[in-house]
Design a protein around this ligand. Sequence first.
Ligand SMILES: Cc1cc2nc3c(=O)[nH]c(=O)nc-3n(C[C@H](O)[C@H](O)[C@H](O)COP(=O)(O)OP(=O)(O)OC[C@H]3O[C@@H](n4cnc5c(N)ncnc54)[C@H](O)[C@@H]3O)c2cc1C
Ligand code: FES
Length: 373
Amino acid sequence: MAFSFFKKTEKPKKEETHSGPKYYDLRVKNIIQETKDAISIVFEHPASGKINYKPGQFLTLITSVNGKEVRRAYSLCSSPFVDHDLAVTVKRVENGLMSNWLPDHLKTGATIKVMEPMGQFTTEYNTNNKRHIILFAGGSGITPMMSIIKSILSQEPNSICSLIYCNRDIDSIIFKNDLEKIEISDEGRLHVIHVLDNAPMNWQGYSGLLNHDMLTKLFERIPDWGIANTTYLMCGPEGMMKNVETLLGQRNIPKEKIFKESFVQGTIDKDEKKEIATSEELKPREVTIRYDGQEYKVMVPPHKAILETALDQGIDLPYSCQSGLCTACRGKALSGKVKLDEEEGLSQSERAEGYVLTCVGHPLTDDVVIEIG
Ligand SMILES: Cc1cc2nc3c(=O)[nH]c(=O)nc-3n(C[C@H](O)[C@H](O)[C@H](O)COP(=O)(O)OP(=O)(O)OC[C@H]3O[C@@H](n4cnc5c(N)ncnc54)[C@H](O)[C@@H]3O)c2cc1C
Ligand code: FES
């Protein structure tokens, strides 16, 4: 379908016969300092062959920090249609483990373990498509957008993109020059509007909170292709995405036209979730996990998720964000009831089919059997 992004249930098919994800040791070809606190890490494809991925997907980087394995998801900013190598961009998070370890310790020529690309913040590309993609990005949320923009412009000659990119200040704009170059090379097909929290004196663009009035002004500056031909994507801080969702709702943009990628577990609705958690009865319960031809039984205590309990027992299950966002740990509950702390990663139809996220899942009954892969 020309205008729809993948529904969450349409998982890309895997070619391998075992049910687990593939892991690779990738060589770091280059490290680019994008801004004061963001680097791009460029990887060579492995000698065994190119890694296939879709624009908008992420890699899981796996490394040891202070003697403990750490995994984090990083969206690919490279495009499989345009770029020879794979690349991710990492922005430092205050006191963050991996986002500071990578720029401080990773060097060109080193290898790092990664889990194959995953994620459903993506779409099918077709030369016959004629669509306007409006992208809202905030800070590091530009990474999947960069891959999608490059891919749309190269694969769909009749489509256009408009990017509204929010940043703290001018020095925190990642890919500023690259975006300017694309605006020139693909004249009229990419419109970039920067919005800054703190604008310098001579700033010609927009600054301040993205509110109804500002969005109205911004939309006057980008082409109007009508609701049917326009898709809205967003990736950025939770507050920004909530705000944009509300503003698009006020403009009567249907929810089916809006797609978002979250990097961080939400905090805004946390109190509501806590209430749900305490109102339900969590007890130590045994869970059966079927994965990669093996069956495991784990006793899950109330304060731990199913994934964490399994990992503590040395069961090597797939995972990435451990926050219920990326679906790398997704499994299907064949029986029993599972409570999820965070449901952001799963679509309604996935939940109805019994899919669960083991990283945020707790057994509510004694007969939980989960099949992964
Ligand atoms: C699907 C997906 C794709 C992602 N893609 C990217 C990407 O392309 N580039 C990128 O830089 N990051 C990306 N992330 C975020 C990344 O995986 C890490 O969460 C981030 O780098 C922080 O990890 P850390 O180990 O440094 O921080 P942690 O040690 O895990 O966290 C430290 C503290 O910072 C908070 N925190 C974590 N992440 C953020 C954040 N982004 N902003 C503000 N506070 C935060 C945590 O809640 C915690 O309190 C992505 C996440 C997901 C789920
Ligand atoms: S590991 Fe990312 S959703 Fe569970």
